[in-house]
Ligand binder design. Structure first.
Ligand code: BGC
Length: 715
């Protein structure tokens, strides 16, 4: 359909039909399925006429249902405008990949894109046209349960992986039936909720928004995302839902976003408890004026817009919003084919294909991060193992945002290890908490004949995800007890962690002989764990969120701004510097950290210039040698520091990285080109600019180490 035809269609619509297009309700209003979505499930005040005017729905579906609902809908919709189906397809649809935070630890853009491509193929085959993903909120507080959905604490990584997800979903051509419209969320800065408590206040200077929080949304939009979700939170006093600066000035005017904007679940009416709207009328007016095109899961628009649109200016805003929704439907070809090629046969052939499972296994292996290894890993083939803990043989390893994953398809850790023909002397799946002394003693008797104990510990799925904020981020005390008692047997103990956030591992770090962070690894999780345990995969994951040295450090992240009293420089000063008196400043495991079975040595740093002008480039390189016995992937990280700027700048910023796969005893030269553009930041004059002066660059294996050189930028 052409743009003019859409305008014409809008002009033929009644006021109520227009409002219907702007209202999103649950799919269950049409299929009576009890959807396991999010948010409060209060019944909406939608009458039977309005039901056939609704523009978009969200919630569970399959191909047969979609066909049935669309058929019925089109019979009843006066103008024959098809319904658009949206859903939370976050890290896989039927084939579940690791949680996004885990995926980011692969540092592999191509792989991340592949997972989204598969999600789009699967999701679209079941009747969806849009997914509420990616979430590119920067996260620095592991108490917040939704860190599982982000790509971590770094701006560059969220930008790269967010854009990769958009490309994977939309594949540059939404007319293709196997694509999904991508919705970037949650605009803006939802991840900075005070105290890590979900839905809580966010207060961030424009300086930090522009330099740290905005770029990932912008890059996802540049990659083509057609939908943006406003966040629940108050941003600097104004809820995003009614934040005209955010939604109109920044998003529309500056970034030239011409897609559609949706509220988060119930957020329009939540303006009342937020204290910025008196009633539904107020909420509807403020939201439409701010630029919310679709109201998700409340009906303030239905209730108030008929009255409000007596005002010509409001009616104009209404028409613009309706156009945006119709354009979205047009974008994905719904007007040409309201079913978008969906059939039950195609669905059956598409879901959980064996090649999709292969990618899930690769993704899970590449996402896991080996945090400690005193030499017990990889396991020698003749060793007898005992497998104990809440995740020993537990299918619930998909993660809290895998709404459509089927537990029957999951490979558990036990099944994965069994596939490797390892002798398993004992398997005990224990409760998450409340393991008493007696049970532990019984368990100890069962493991006496094994050579190694593998403890599969972690958090329950419900402990993270939306509304999954917690104040304690260490393992349950009974799991720690289990580890302590197992250690008494004088056997090596390997800890596998299945969880959704960086944990406080201070109370187990010295007790375990090896620790593998497995995250919620998805459908193929058990196979990937086993691949790593036996050395079929050499662990290559690197952290994208720091693991704190105690909750008292939170937020702790690698790219904090420089202070006037830096602890590491004031070596002779005992007290008056930026530090904690009782714990170190450094996290337990820094951003970028991860070990493997090879030892990669860095040497021979080179760089071509120590002074550059703005039109020149810096070329630098480093030699990486695999000194180990295993072929492996190394992630070479390039950081910079702007030493004298207009404002205080981060002590380190990731500006590039490269992955190289190297055979034992072989060398790779890894080179980078740095351009002036990478040195820019949002300054006090509200411009993205670089400053003349000294820049420090570090090439290393994580954010806490590396080879350093300086270059001066001159005009
Ligand atoms: C979440 C969104 C999600 C939406 C729809 C909300 O509660 O914040 O991320 O996309 O529900 O399920």
């Amino acid at each position: 359909m052409k743009k003019e035809e859409i305008k014409k269609l809008v002009s033929n619509m009644t006021l109520e039909e227009k409002i219907g297009q702007l209202t999103q309700i649950r799919t269950s209003y049409y299929n009576n399925m009890n959807t396991s979505g999010t948010g409060t499930k209060s019944k909406l005040n939608i009458n039977n006429n309005q039901k056939w005017m609704i523009g978009t729905v969200l919630g569970k579906l399959d191909a047969a249902m979609m066909i049935e609902i669309q058929k019925e809908y089109l019979k009843n919709n006066r103008l024959g405008i098809p319904l658009l189906f949206m859903h939370d397809i976050i890290h896989g649809f039927k084939t579940i990949f690791p949680i996004p935070l885990a995926l980011s630890c692969s540092w592999d853009e191509g792989l991340v894109e592949k997972t989204a491509r598969i999600s789009a193929k699967e999701g679209s085959s079941s009747g969806y046209q849009a997914t509420f993903s990616p979430m590119v909120d920067i996260v620095r507080d592991p108490r917040w349960g939704r860190v599982i959905e982000s790509y971590g604490e770094d701006t560059l990584l969220n930008s790269l992986f967010g854009a990769a997800m958009v490309r994977g979903y939309q594949n540059n051509d939404l007319k293709e039936e196997d694509t999904l419209i991508s919705c970037v969320k949650h605009f803006a800065a939802y991840g900075a909720a005070e105290g890590g408590r979900d839905y809580n206040t966010v207060d961030i200077s424009e300086y930090r928004l522009r330099n740290e929080y905005f770029p990932p949304y912008y890059e996802a939009i540049k990659a083509g995302a057609k939908l943006v979700m406003a966040s629940f939170n108050v941003l600097n006093g104004v809820p995003s839902t009614v934040n005209r600066w955010l939604l109109r000035e920044v998003l529309r005017n500056e970034w030239m976003f011409d897609g559609t904007v949706i509220s988060d679940w119930g957020a329009v009416k939540e303006l009342i408890p937020h204290g910025v709207a008196e009633d539904s009328k107020d909420a509807a007016e403020l939201s439409l004026k701010a630029g919310i095109d679709i109201e998700m899961s409340t009906t303030a628009y239905f209730e108030a817009l008929p009255e409000l649109c007596k005002d010509k200016n409001m009616e104009k805003l209404l028409d613009e919003a309706v156009e945006k929704v119709l354009l979205l439907k047009n974008e994905c070809g719904l007007f040409e084919d309201p079913y978008r090629g969906v059939s039950t046969e195609k669905e059956k052939k598409t879901l959980l294909r064996s090649d999709f499972r292969k990618v899930a296994r690769e993704a899970a292996s590449k996402s896991m991060v080996l945090l400690k290894n005193s030499g017990v890993l990889p396991l020698e083939s003749n060793k007898k193992v005992a497998l104990v803990g809440p995740y020993a043989n537990n299918k619930s390893i998909l993660g809290p945002w895998s709404l459509d994953g089927d537990l029957n398809d999951v490979v558990t850790i036990y099944e994965g290890i069994k596939n490797k023909n390892i002798i398993i002397e004992a398997v005990e799946t224990t409760p998450f908490s409340d393991i008493n002394e007696e049970d532990i003693s019984k368990l100890m008797n069962k493991v006496t004949t094994s050579d190694v104990v593998i403890l599969a510990l972690g958090e329950e799925e419900k402990q993270s995800g939306e509304a999954g904020s917690v104040s304690k981020i260490s393992l349950e005390s009974s799991q720690v007890k289990l580890l302590e008692r197992m250690k008494e047997l004088n056997k090596p103990v390997i800890v596998l962690l299945v969880n959704g956030r960086p944990l406080d591992l201070t109370n187990i770090i010295n007790k375990a002989d090896a620790i593998l962070e497995c995250w919620f690894p998805g459908t193929e999780g058990g196979n990937s764990v086993a691949d790593i345990l036996v050395g079929d995969y050499n662990p290559s994951g690197r952290l994208t969120m720091s693991f704190p040295n105690g909750v008292g450090q939170i937020p702790v992240y690698y790219n904090n701004l420089a202070t006037g009293r830096p602890k590491d420089l004031l070596v002779n000063e005992k007290r008056y510097k930026s530090q904690y008196l009782d714990i170190p400043n450094e996290p337990l495991f820094p951003f970028g950290f991860g070990i493997g079975y090879s030892n990669f040595e860095y040497s021979g740093l080179t760089f071509n210039k120590n002074k550059i002008k703005r039109n020149e480039e810096i070329k630098c390189s480093i030699k990486v040698t695999n000194k180990g016995k295993y072929r492996g992937i190394e992630t070479v990280q390039l950081y910079m520091r702007d030493k004298v700027a207009d404002t205080s700048r981060p002590v380190k910023e990731l500006i590039n990285f490269k992955q190289v796969e190297i055979n034992p005893n072989e060398i790779e030269i890894v080179d980078f080109v740095i351009s002036e553009k990478q040195l820019r930041y949002w300054n006090t004059e509200n411009q993205y600019k670089s400053d003349d002066g000294v820049f420090e660059f570090t090439i290393g294996k994580d954010s806490s180490s590396g080879a350093m050189f300086e270059v001066t930028l001159i005009s």
